[in-house]
Ligand binder design. Structure first.
Ligand SMILES: Cc1cc2nc3c(=O)[nH]c(=O)nc-3n(C[C@H](O)[C@H](O)[C@H](O)COP(=O)(O)O)c2cc1C
Length: 238
């Protein structure tokens, strides 16, 4: 796998009014796009006052908003380097936060590196072999989790209503689909053109429905059009 390190130092303080009035700040929009395109997420963080750092929580808040949140069900590994307990408390707090977006965080292996001062050389390379092995195991497990997710039947949910999209994608996820939620018809169309979609859920009414329905017929993709969440389970059953 290739790992890209995202710089979160320029992410501004979360402000819902900013999002409503001018959209996401550039640094946030970039990070959301990167995460949307990534197969998985690794969060490496210290512990501040027995919890996750404010900087990390602020970043997660920016990533968590909207029906197209790139955090939704993302295969994720967490690790940390700290004092005596090796960030045990901050990782527990982080799990609580990530559960809200149903982030697919690996429960095991846990990587809690204690005694940070003795694990690294002067250039901040992790030189402690036991710790290196723990990180390698975690990354193997993350690759496995990503493979499992990608092996599932793929579903796209397209629409504008945040709450409806969230509910539909939760139902599909619980039914075993790998779900991608979007407000962008061209993104749904590109997924359809890949020919790997099993099901495409469209919120009705939606301007691009006809083009999408035609494309779906060509690629053998099931289309379910929903006006509300009521009856969606029946439609899936049918
Ligand atoms: C405000 C603050 C609170 C901290 N609280 C904890 C803590 O609760 N547990 C712990 O293991 N380390 C704690 N530390 C030590 C950090 O984990 C340590 O600074 C970190 O490993 C190094 O990362 P940094 O240079 O990015 O701060 C704290 C550090 C700061 C600055």
């Amino acid at each position: 796998m290739t790992v890209e390190i995202a710089d979160i130092s320029e992410i501004p303080m979360f402000n819902m009014d900013t999002r409503a009035e001018v959209g996401y700040p550039n640094t946030v929009a970039d990070l959301r796009r990167k995460l949307q395109d990534a197969d998985g997420l690794v969060i490496a963080s210290p512990e501040y006052n027995h919890s996750l750092t404010g900087v990390l929580k602020n970043t997660i808040d920016w990533l968590s908003t909207g029906a197209d949140s790139p955090l939704d069900r993302k295969p994720t590994a967490i690790l940390g380097v700290g004092g005596r307990l090796g960030t045990a408390k901050s990782q527990a707090a982080l799990r609580l936060v990530l559960a809200h977006k149903d982030v697919a965080v690996l429960n095991r292996p846990e990587v809690l590196l204690a005694g940070a001062g003795s694990l690294f050389d002067d250039d901040l390379n992790l030189t402690d072999e036991r710790s290196q092995d723990q990180v390698r195991r975690l990354m193997f497990a993350l690759a496995g989790q990503i493979r499992l997710h990608q092996g599932r039947d793929q579903a796209v949910v397209l629409g504008e209503d945040d709450e409806l999209l969230a509910q539909a994608s939760r139902l599909l996820d619980e039914a075993g689909y790998e779900v991608h939620t979007t407000t962008d018809p061209s993104w749904a169309i590109s997924r359809l053109q890949d020919g790997k979609l099993s099901i495409c859920v469209l919120e009705n009414p939606h301007g691009d429905n006809e083009e999408i329905a035609a494309l779906a017929a060509d690629t053998d993709t099931r289309v379910v059009v929903i006006a509300g969440i009521d009856g969606f389970l029946d439609a899936l059953d049918a």
